[in-house]
Design a protein around this ligand. Structure first.
Ligand SMILES: [Zn+2]
Ligand SMILES: [Zn+2]
Length: 225
């Protein structure tokens, strides 16, 4: 019969992992490991977190991210998390990992700390800097309604820079300053299909870097109704 060399209990009393009883084995082995320092970038402006991509803050997103950080020697491991404390600076997490080591069931609890690293996500950094790559000019009839409609379409497009940085009212209509040229083009194409109007494009040279010319595009949309 096996006797644990550390605590003297026998196989009859407690389950064993190798030569040691389960408790003594778990005391001496790091079955679950998280990185020493866990930092999670957090945008102070839109409050999203960076978990490989910028995403809305949620406990599920947090759990999913933590699951990707854990290393374990247990087989068939399942891990559950709870978050008993969080504030602007850090999040305390608790976990319970259940699995098997050499066929013996183990349950390992633990906790740790996530440091929230305050930053601006690329989107907010651009937005706050008044950055834009394209101007969509709304002209013709019902410019306010159409400006609203186009702004919504910009925000519904996928991509980090789907924002309208600035709205300027002019005598001739409304100008929307859009964070991404690609998104402005996509929206213009959709408007073209929806209303059968031809976008009119013009380009301004913004900078010339390392022989590469950067243009800002202006897309005029003339609505008929
Ligand atoms: Zn023992
Ligand atoms: Zn942000």
């Amino acid at each position: 019969m096996k006797v644990c060399p550390k605590c003297g209990r026998t196989e009859k009393e407690v389950p064993f992992i190798g030569f040691f009883c389960r408790d003594c084995y778990l005391e001496d082995h790091d079955v679950v490991r998280f990185p020493e320092r866990l930092e999670l970038p957090y945008c102070v402006s839109c409050e999203r977190i960076y978990t490989g991509r910028w995403t809305e803050f949620s406990l599920d997103a947090l759990r999913h991210w933590l699951e990707g950080k854990v290393k374990t020697s247990a087989d068939n491991a399942r891990i559950t998390f709870s978050f008993p404390e969080m504030d602007e600076e850090k999040i305390i997490y608790r976990f319970i990992l259940r699995g098997e080591i050499e066929g013996t069931e183990v349950e390992v609890p633990g906790d740790g700390e996530i440091i929230l690293k305050k930053t601006l996500c690329p989107r907010c950094a651009r937005e706050s800097g008044g950055y834009y790559e394209a101007v969509i000019q709304i002209r013709g009839s019902n410019v306010y309604d159409h400006a609203e409609e186009v702004a919504r379409m910009v925000e519904r497009e996928k991509g980090e820079y789907n924002f309208v940085a600035k709205v300027v009212e002019r005598k001739e209509g409304v100008d929307l300053y859009v964070g991404s040229r690609k998104i402005a083009e996509k929206v213009a194409k959709k408007i073209e299909r929806r209303y059968g109007i031809k976008p009119v494009r013009s380009y301004t040279l913004v900078t010339e870097k390392n022989g590469k010319r950067l243009y800002r595009v202006t897309i005029a949309l003339h609505f008929k109704d």
